[in-house]
Design a protein around this ligand. Structure first.
Ligand SMILES: [Zn+2]
Length: 353
């Protein structure tokens, strides 16, 4: 008798870090199990040959082919109205609410997207506060920004998200918002200093993209060009955009981590003592964890002495040997002599009086 694989079996397997390739080749998959496998594949997950052949091949399950801008409209509609898509829409609404509650967005600012197929994404609508979105407000677009589904119009800033997804195949979700402390750094054109808080070092890789008019392809390109080595981009005079290779909540977490960090850095600079930093060796340990999590960082492979240089630490920094001026910092003998002579003269005059 052929084994039956349910959705619960698949969920448990994925939850425990199991390999879908271990599913029995002759298994019969329940309809909800097929849905899960299809979602998994649509999100870029790898499927074993057996599962693909048995459950999600074009012939076995109509509509199971990975969704793309070339999928027939009824297929896109079916996905857009499916329970699994509803779940993604709810995740976007949840992240929107958190952005608004934390004052990371203002007016109808900010936008969120999730990749749901080869070249299509679910995204937020224009002119709606991110704090009060409903699942039915969301839109389905291709990577050129053409809208297929959704009653409301997609946001114009989605083009930047789509350019990130095109450029960075690992980006499954993107979040853009205007958190005040981080945006302050973006207005100043400053990458926050490093080596102060482990959370920030492990989860965020920050760079600044120059200002361009929001929503233009040029702006999107400048941001997308940085996504090879960075997952959190400060957009000069504008805000922040982040991407995640995991899910939309993870992309949102980058915002919380960056915003908390920028705020903490500002507080620490007001305490009257220079902020202490961790050592390059301590940072190196954190970078090892970061690399194991699959998070990009431009510092992988740098020499230890280059890691915590907060003046100009980015690649291109060389390990500086103290120059001759630095070595002779201290009292100037000539100046000392002059001061001594003047002091002697004054003392001599006082004693004569
Ligand atoms: Zn914006």
């Amino acid at each position: 008798m052929k084994p039956v694989v349910s959705a619960k079996d698949i969920e448990e397997l994925l939850h425990n870090g199991g390999d879908l390739g271990t599913l029995p080749a002759e298994a019969i998959f329940t309809p909800s199990a097929r849905d899960l496998l299809r979602d998994w594949r649509n999100k870029g997950g790898k499927l074993p040959e057996i599962a693909r052949a048995d459950t999600v091949s074009e012939s076995a399950v109509p509509g199971a082919k990975p969704l793309s801008s070339r999928s027939p409209k009824p297929e896109l509609d079916a996905f857009f109205n499916s329970a699994s898509c509803r779940n993604l829409k709810e995740q976007i609404c949840d992240v929107g609410r958190r952005l608004w509650q934390r004052a990371y967005v203002d007016g109808n600012g900010g936008n969120i997207a999730i990749r749901v197929g080869e070249d299509i994404a679910l995204c937020t609508p224009t002119l709606v506060s991110k704090g009060f979105m409903k699942p039915e407000d969301l839109c389905l677009v291709d990577f050129e920004g053409n809208q297929f589904c959704g009653a409301k119009n997609r946001t114009s800033e989605i083009l930047m998200h789509l350019q990130i997804m095109k450029r960075q195949p690992r980006a499954v979700a993107t979040v853009h918002c205007h958190p005040p402390y981080s945006t302050g750094f973006a207005v100043a054109g400053l990458v926050p200093p490093t080596c102060m808080i482990p959370e920030y070092e492990v989860f965020a890789s920050v760079a600044v993209a120059p200002y361009r008019t929001p929503g233009t392809p040029e702006m999107g390109k400048l941001v997308a060009d940085l996504t090879d080595k960075h997952n959190t981009i400060l957009m000069a005079n504008h805000g922040v955009v982040s991407w995640s290779h995991n899910n939309v909540e993870d992309a949102y977490f980058k915002m919380e981590i960056l915003e908390a960090y920028c705020r903490t850095v500002l507080v620490s600079t007001q305490l009257g003592v220079p902020p202490k930093t961790m050592t390059p060796a301590q940072l190196q340990d954190l970078l090892k964890i970061k690399q194991s999590l699959g998070i990009p960082d431009p510092r992988y492979g740098l020499k230890e002495c280059e890691l915590c240089d907060n003046d100009e630490w980015r690649p291109g920094v060389t390990c500086a040997v103290p120059g001759p001026q630095d070595a002779t910092v201290g009292p100037d003998p000539e100046l000392e002599k002059a001061v001594q002579a003047i002091t002697d003269q004054i003392l001599a005059r006082i004693t004569k009086q």
